[in-house]
Design a protein around this ligand. Structure first.
Ligand code: BGC
Length: 785
C-alpha cells in the first residue's frame, strides 16, 4: 500500500518533469514577513528528492502539513511536564509527523503502521529519542566522556549508541548537547562537554560524526541534533530554565562555537533552548535561528523546539496567548513543535488570518520530509524497526567492551598520596557508601533505554569479579545520600567493616537524579550523611580512598584534605563497576583530565580557567594585599583546575621550544615539548597547549586552550610533541566584532593542565582579519517579528 502511494507520486513527478521545466523551490526562504529572502546555501540541484517532496507537498492539506510539524511523546517515557494520552489517535488522524520516547523494533513498527496504513498520504513517522551517552549499553555521562579527552573513543561511543538505537527503530537522537557551562550548580552541566570552547568544539564534531556516520541512508546511522540553541548553559544562578543575558562577544566567542562546529560536521537538526537570551526566548529568536543559523551558517536541516517551549513563550511574557506564540516561533524559523501542539492546533487559523504564510509552513514541512527521505523512510518506513538487528546489536559484547574502555578513560585521578593506588589484591577492603552497590546510579541521568535494574555492574560486583570468591570485601552502605537524610544508624556497621580491613574504599557522591535536567543545586557538597560518616571513619587512621560519583564538580575540600586518594568516576555506565575496578587495581592507568573546574566554594562560581586578568589581579606574594581582586574568606584558586588529572606514573615536560619567535599572518610556527614518562608504569598523558594574547584591543583571557594530544609512553620513554600555531588560532572578536588576529606578543604554554607555567613567547608580526563564517560584522540583524 505504501509503495503504491509513493510509486504514484514518483511517477507523477517524473511525468510532470518530462512535460515541463520542473524546478522545485531551491531558495530557503527564512522569513516571509519582511519581504526579504535569504539564500541559505548554494541553490540545490533539482534532485529526485526535491521532485518527490514537491509532489508530496502539493498533495497535502494544511492539516496534513501542520501534522508533519508536530512531535509528540509516547507514554513509554516522560521527559517533560506533559503527556498526551491520545497520541495514537492523533497519529492515526495524520496530526503527528514525529514521535519521541518510543523505542523497540516492535513498538516503533506498531506506531509506524498507524501512520503509514491509516493516514491518507501514509507519510512515515520520524522516531526521536534522547540517546545521549548510549542507548541500551550506557557509556559514561557526557561530561565523563569529555574527561577522557579521547575523541576517537567519544566518536565510537556515539557510533555504538546509533547502532543500538537504530536497531530499535530510532531515527533521530536529541544529541549532542553542546552547551558550554561554567556553573556546576546547573544540573545539566553533566550532559555537555564542560567549560571550554576548544574541547567542546572537538567533541561536538566527534559526536555528530559518530551518530550520523558517513551515510544517513545506512540503517545504523541516526540524525543528530545540536542542542540547546543557544546559551542555555549560562542559566542565571545555575537555576535550570533561568534567563541568560550576555554580551555579543561572549555569545559568539564562548557559546556559539560548538553549534557552528555541529553545522560544519553536517548535523541534521537543531533544538532550541528553553531560555530567554538577551530578552528574546531562544524559541522565538530570529537572530539565532535565521540570521545566524540559516543565513550566516547556511544550515539546511530542521529546527525542533525543546519540550513545550513554544507554549512557554506565554509565561516568558513574549506571547499573549498560544496562537501568538505559534506565530512568533514559526516566523522566527522553528520548524517542529515538540509536545506543545501549538502548531497543530493554531497554524491553520494563523494562516487563514494571514499571520503566517503557507510558504513558511511548506518550508518547514520540506525540511522535515527531506530528512525522512534521506533516511530512506519513504522507500521503506520500517527499515529501522528490525527485530533481528535489535536482538543482535543491543548489549552486544563488543559494545559492552567499548563502554568499559570508555569508562576507564573517563576516570580522573584527583589525588593519590603515598601511592595508595593502585590497590593490591592482597589488601582486604571495606567497601562503604550508598554508591558502592547501586545499579540505578551507575548509569546516571539521560540514560535512554538503559536498564537501571539489572544490567549495570556495580563497584561491589566489579571488585568481587576481579578479586574472586576468597576476596575479603567487607561491604556496608553506611550512609544515606538523600538531601534530607540524617539517619546515622548505618554508621556502626560501616565502622565495624572498616576495622576489619586494610583499606577503606568509599563510594560516595550524588544520587543519579541529582544531576541532569531540573536538577540545580545551591550546595555542592556531599548530600545526606556521607561526609559525617567519612569523618568517623577517618578516626580509624586507615588508608582511605574515595570513588567519587557525580555529574558535576562538587566542593569536596574536606575529602581532599583528609583522604589519601580520590578517583572521580562520574556515572560510569553499564560497565562502570568493572571499569572502576580496572583503575583501582592498576589494570588501567588513569589518564582522564577535568573538562571543568572544581571550585572550593559555591561562592566562587562562575569559576573557569580562561577568565580575564582584571586590573587588580591577586598576587599572593605581592606587597599590596587588600585592594586586589580576591575573597576575604577563600583563596581565588579552584580546588582542581581545568585540565587537571594524575596518573599512576609521572611525566616530565621539557621547556617549550618554538620554531620561530616571529609568526606572520600567513605563516605558522611549531611549538614543541619533549614529554618523558619518569615513573614506573606505562601511561597516557593529555598534553595541553594554551595561548595568551598579552595585549589586544579588547581584553583577552589569561590563557585559552588551543590544542591537545593524548600521548602513550612506556616506562622511561620520551616523545617530542609538536603543535602548529597559525594566526587563525589567535583570532578573537574585536570591538567592531570583526574576527581578527592582532599583531603583538603571545604567551604559549604547554603542560599537564591549565595552570602550567611552562611557557615561551612569540610575536605575531601583522594584524589579519580572518574570513570566517563566525564573523559577526556586516550582516544585518533583524528584530523579532
Ligand atoms: C530536554 C531536552 C530533551 C527533551 C526531549 C527536554 O526536557 O530539555 O534536552 O531532548 O526534553 O526528551
Amino acid at each position: 500500500m505504501t509503495f503504491i502511494k509513493y510509486a504514484k507520486i514518483a511517477f507523477g513527478v517524473a511525468l510532470a518533469c518530462a512535460l515541463s521545466a520542473c524546478n522545485p523551490a531551491v531558495v530557503v526562504e527564512v522569513s516571509a514577513d519582511n519581504g526579504q529572502q535569504y539564500t541559505a546555501t548554494a541553490p540545490k540541484k533539482n534532485t529526485e528528492m526535491d521532485q518527490f517532496i514537491n509532489e508530496l507537498i502539493s498533495k497535502m492539506t494544511i492539516e496534513e502539513k501542520v501534522g508533519q510539524l508536530h512531535l509528540l511523546s509516547s507514554d513509554w517515557d516522560q521527559t517533560g511536564p506533559t503527556l498526551s494520552a491520545d497520541y495514537q489517535q492523533q497519529i492515526k488522524a495524520g496530526k503527528v509527523g514525529a514521535v519521541f520516547n518510543a523505542y523497540t523494533a516492535s513498538f516503533t513498527r506498531e506506531l509506524q503502521t498507524l501512520a503509514v496504513e491509516q493516514t491518507r498520504l501514509g507519510i512515515p513517522l520520524l522516531f526521536g529519542y534522547d540517546v545521549i551517552h548510549g542507548h541500551r549499553t550506557i557509556f559514561p555521562i557526557s561530561l565523563g566522556e569529555a574527561a577522557s579527552w579521547d575523541l576517537q573513543s567519544i566518536k565510537a561511543a556515539a557510533r555504538i549508541a546509533a547502532i543500538e538505537a537504530s536497531a530499535e527503530g530510532i531515527h533521530w537522537t536529541f544529541a549532542p548537547m553542546v552547551d558550554i557551562s561554567r556553573d556546576p550548580r546547573w544540573g545539566r552541566v553533566s550532559e555537555g562537554s564542560g567549560e571550554d570552547v576548544f574541547l567542546s568544539v572537538e567533541i561536538a564534531k566527534a559526536r555528530v560524526q559518530g551518530f550520523q556516520g558517513d551515510d544517513l541512508m545506512a540503517t545504523d546511522t541516526v540524525l543528530a541534533c545540536a542542542k540547546h540553541y543557544a546559551a542555555y548553559g549560562q542559566a542565571q544562578a545555575g537555576r535550570d530554565y533561568h534567563s541568560t543575558d550576555m554580551s555579543e562577544r561572549e555569545l559568539w566567542e564562548t557559546y556559539l562555537p560548538p553549534f557552528k562546529a555541529s553545522v560544519d560536521a553536517g548535523v541534521a537538526s537543531f533544538m532550541t533552548a528553553f531560555n530567554d537570551l538577551n530578552g528574546v526566548p531562544a524559541t522565538a529568536n530570529n537572530y539565532l535561528l535565521q540570521d545566524i543559523l540559516r543565513q550566516r551558517w547556511g544550515f539546511s536541516g530542521f529546527v525542533v523546539t525543546d519540550y513545550t517551549s513554544i507554549n512557554e513563550l506565554v509565561p516568558h511574557g513574549l506571547a499573549e496567548d498560544l496562537p501568538h506564540a505559534g506565530q512568533l516561533a514559526l516566523n522566527a524559523g522553528v520548524d517542529m513543535d515538540m509536545q506543545g501542539a501549538v502548531y497543530s492546533k493554531h497554524l491553520p487559523e494563523l494562516l487563514a488570518k494571514g499571520k503566517v504564510s503557507e510558504t513558511q509552513i511548506d518550508n518547514a514541512v520540506r525540511r522535515i520530509l527531506e530528512m525522512k527521505y534521506k533516511l530512506g523512510l519513504f522507500a521503506d518506513p520500517y527499515r529501522y524497526s528490525d527485530d533481528q538487528r535489535q536482538a543482535v546489536q543491543v548489549y552486544k559484547a563488543e559494545h559492552l567492551a567499548a563502554a568499559r574502555d570508555g569508562a576507564r578513560k573517563s576516570v580522573v585521578l584527583l589525588k593519590n598520596d603515598n601511592k595508595v593506588l593502585p590497590l593490591s589484591p592482597k589488601q582486604s577492603i571495606a567497601l562503604i557508601g550508598p554508591l558502592a552497590d547501586s545499579k540505578a546510579d551507575m548509569i546516571g541521568s539521560w540514560s535512554a533505554a538503559g536498564d537501571r535494574q539489572t544490567k549495570p555492574v556495580t563497584l561491589r560486583e566489579g571488585l568481587q569479579q576481579r578479586l574472586g570468591a576468597d576476596a575479603k570485601i567487607y561491604y556496608a552502605k553506611g550512609a544515606g545520600y538523600e538531601f534530607n537524610d540524617t539517619d546515622q544508624s548505618g554508621f556502626a556497621q560501616a565502622i565495624a567493616a572498616a576495622k576489619k580491613a586494610d583499606v577503606i574504599l568509599l563510594a560516595m557522591g550524588e544520587k543519579w537524579d541529582m544531576t541532569g535536567e531540573a536538577a540545580s543545586r545551591v550546595e555542592l557538597g556531599f548530600p545526606g550523611t556521607q561526609e559525617a560518616l567519612m569523618h568517623e571513619l577517618k578516626k580509624l587512621g586507615k588508608p582511605m580512598v574515595l570513588v567519587l560519583m557525580s555529574g558535576r564538580p562538587m566542593t569536596i575540600n574536606w575529602a581532599n584534605d583528609n583522604l589519601d586518594a580520590i578517583l572521580h568516576t562520574w556515572y560510569a555506565g553499564t560497565q562502570g563497576g568493572h571499569a572502576i575496578t580496572d583503575v583501582l587495581y592498576g589494570d588501567y592507568n588513569p589518564s582522564g583530565k577535568l573538562p571543568v573546574t572544581f571550585p572550593r566554594h559555591v561562592g566562587q562560581i562562575p569559576i573557569y580557567y580562561n577568565m580575564k586578568n582584571t586590573g587588580r589581579p591577586y598576587e599572593p606574594e605581592g606587597p599590596e594585599q587588600k585592594y586586589r581582586s580576591r575573597y576575604l574568606d577563600s583563596s581565588n584558586q579552584p580546588l582542581y583546575p581545568f585540565g587537571y588529572g594524575l596518573s599512576y606514573t609521572s611525566f616530565a615536560y621539557s621547556a617549550v621550544t618554538l620554531s620561530s619567535t616571529q609568526l606572520s599572518s600567513a605563516g605558522e610556527i611549531i611549538a614543541s615539548v619533549t614529554l618523558t614518562n619518569t615513573g614506573d608504569l606505562a601511561g597516557e598523558e593529555v598534553v595541553q597547549l594554551y595561548i595568551q594574547d598579552k595585549t589586544a584591543s579588547v581584553t583577552r583571557p589569561v590563557r585559552e586552550l588551543k590544542g591537545f594530544q593524548k600521548i602513550m609512553l612506556g616506562k622511561g620513554e620520551s616523545k617530542t610533541v609538536q603543535f602548529r600555531i597559525k594566526a587563525a588560532d589567535l583570532a578573537f572578536y574585536d570591538l567592531a566584532m570583526d574576527y581578527v588576529a592582532e599583531a603583538g606578543e603571545f604567551n604559549v604554554f604547554i603542560g599537564a593542565d591549565s595552570t602550567t607555567s611552562n611557557q615561551a613567547v612569540f610575536r605575531l608580526t601583522d594584524t589579519v582579519q580572518l574570513p570566517s563564517a563566525m564573523a559577526v560584522k556586516q550582516f544585518q540583524r533583524r528584530d523579532i517579528q
